[in-house]
Ligand binder design. Structure first.
Ligand SMILES: NC(=O)c1ccc[n+]([C@@H]2O[C@H](COP(=O)([O-])OP(=O)(O)OC[C@H]3O[C@@H](n4cnc5c(N)ncnc54)[C@H](O)[C@@H]3O)[C@@H](O)[C@H]2O)c1
Length: 366
């Protein structure tokens, strides 16, 4: 049976009273999170952070892991009912994604990403959950990301209309639409969709980039326009869950803050190093010393302004921050990203981006 929002809040209040005055002061409503995909990179990072914060959290994944409390599929109603016991906020990260496009049939994408998300939404509504945050991807923009030959780079905001590129993007968009429908039909009080840019720690998925650039060089370059650190992704999810009650349905781009403006787009498509040299004259010497290069051209820039303005999100890892981390002898990644590490995406090697890659000792030390 679907509980109304006031009923849920009353239930939360009653629970708070049962726990005593200390809980009442700390939080007017008891919260418990469910993280789907808790054996994955983002899921583990969320469970770790919530546990460290002292929040109650359940983790659901088809794979057992130290961060998974319920082993099973998001497509299984019985599993979801068990996992949602007492849950007030769902952080839905479980997915088949880009590395699986080469290894899984399209139907698997529809089953996990579309049917699985619908099952999560319907059971969250039935359980009286207050907010669902759905992790989508900037890949959902698809072909809209790439400008025609000779045109300026694209400036990507939440208002850009996606143009489908592959089954991953198609099913993420379908899942986003199901989230919007659930929110608009008031089955759920709020649903927030985060279109997250790349944070994967594995080598780059483009042959040309792997051949031409040191891996850290390539990843640091991407903080200019299309990458985000895992720790900042976690903060965006927690803020989305926290602010959900005043947001209703909302969609945000989650990517590192770019140093560029729309005025840079034409030059970025012709000569990106010239724009970077003007913006960061003090970092040129670091790049020269390390033998690094800025990519010659950039095709798109993700704008995170809406997430910063409406969620109060303050991503800490931008281009300057990650260069300075490398300069001071550390890796570019946050301690949380380092702790989660690289898990790979398949049980068996399936390609460079998907091979169950483990960082070498030298990479770990760098
Ligand atoms: N990795 C990136 O760079 C990146 C970029 C943009 C968006 N995203 C989004 O972030 C989210 C997390 O990505 P990630 O890199 O942590 O992925 P991941 O592959 O590391 O984790 C996903 C988890 O979901 C689990 N899962 C798959 N099917 C399931 C099912 N039916 N039921 C329960 N669990 C299931 C997997 O076992 C896995 O542990 C995804 O929604 C993805 O689309 C990731």
């Amino acid at each position: 049976m679907t509980r109304s929002r006031p009923e849920c809040e009353a239930a939360g209040y009653a629970e708070t009273v049962r726990l005593g005055a200390a809980a009442l002061i700390a939080s007017p409503l008891v919260t418990k999170y469910l993280v789907t995909g808790s054996a994955g990179h983002l899921g583990e990072a969320l469970v770790r952070t919530l546990r460290e914060r002292g929040d109650a959290v359940a983790g659901l994944d088809v794979l057992p892991s130290p961060h998974t409390t319920v082993v099973g599929s998001i497509t299984d109603p019985a599993v979801l009912r068990r996992a949602l016991d007492g849950v007030t906020h769902v952080l839905h990260t479980a997915t088949l994604h880009k590395p699986h496009v080469v290894s899984h049939p399209r139907q698997d994408f529809v089953d996990t990403n579309v049917s699985g998300t619908l099952t999560v939404l319907e059971h969250a509504a039935e359980a009286g959950v207050r907010a669902v945050v759905f992790t989508s991807s900037t890949s959902a923009f698809g072909r809209a990301l790439t400008p025609p030959e000779g045109e300026p780079a694209t400036w990507i905001t939440e208002d850009v209309r996606p143009v489908v590129r592959n089954i991953y993007g198609a099913t993420k968009i379908a899942a986003e639409d199901l989230c919007e429908l659930a929110a608009r039909e008031s089955e759920l009080a709020v649903v927030v969709v985060l279109r997250t840019s790349r944070f994967f720690p594995e080598q780059d998925d483009r042959d040309a980039v792997r051949a031409a650039y040191d891996d850290t060089n390539a990843k640091v370059n991407e903080f200019l326009h299309r990458r985000v650190d895992l720790a900042d992704v976690v903060q965006a999810h927690l803020l989305a869950a926290e602010h959900a009650p005043r947001l209703g349905f909302a969609r945000y781009i989650v990517s590192a803050t770019t140093p560029f403006t729309r005025d840079d787009l034409a030059e970025l498509a012709r000569d990106a190093p010239a724009v970077v040299a003007r913006r960061f004259p003090d970092l040129a010497e670091d790049y020269r010393r390390w033998g690094w290069r800025v990519f010659p051209t950039l095709d798109r820039v993700y704008d995170n302004a809406r997430a910063r303005a409406e969620l109060g999100w303050r991503p800490r890892y931008d281009f300057r921050a990650v260069v300075e981390r490398v300069r001071s002898g550390g890796g570019p990644r946050s301690p949380l990203a380092e702790a989660v590490g690289a898990k790979g995406y398949h049980a068996e090697p399936t390609g460079v981006y998907t091979m169950g890659y483990r960082a070498t000792a030298a990479e770990e030390a760098s």
